[in-house]
Design a protein around this ligand. Sequence first.
Ligand SMILES: [Zn+2]
Length: 166
Amino acid sequence: MAKKSQNNFCSKCGYKLESIHNTQTSEFNCKKCNSTFYLDPKVAAVVIVKKQDKILLVKRSIEPHLGKWSLLSGYVNRGEKVEEAAIREVKEEVHIDVSITELQGVYSGLSPVVIVVFHAVHNSGELSISNEVSDFKWVKNEEIPELPFIYDQEIIKDYLLRIQNN
Ligand SMILES: [Zn+2]
């Protein structure tokens, strides 16, 4: 998910950029024209689509983690409302319309991506596969498998705690 910090070039003069080391390679300097550039974090929305005591998982048909079961998720476009990105990603992946019911939380610090996790319910449309997803299934809360992304374990742990307390 992270862009490699090597081979970044100045967008003003084309000279190779050097990382300024005390900021964990998020800040770069051009030695030639002395411009400074910042690598911003990316934002992704993750959607836990709930149906009674089950949640929706999808089998990924794109990298990373091609072929693995996963929560529905996707990057937020610049200028896009995060909730709308969440709804759009679900529609793109499995062709259903969902309503966001709550914000579970924000997960960050382990990767360059800031994850915003929502709960949602199926509103309309029929589930079907797409070019991003080769299969889908409803999984009981107590049978959620280990999921592949870096924040998934924490996301599922928090999800299970939250539904226990409701
Ligand atoms: Zn430059």
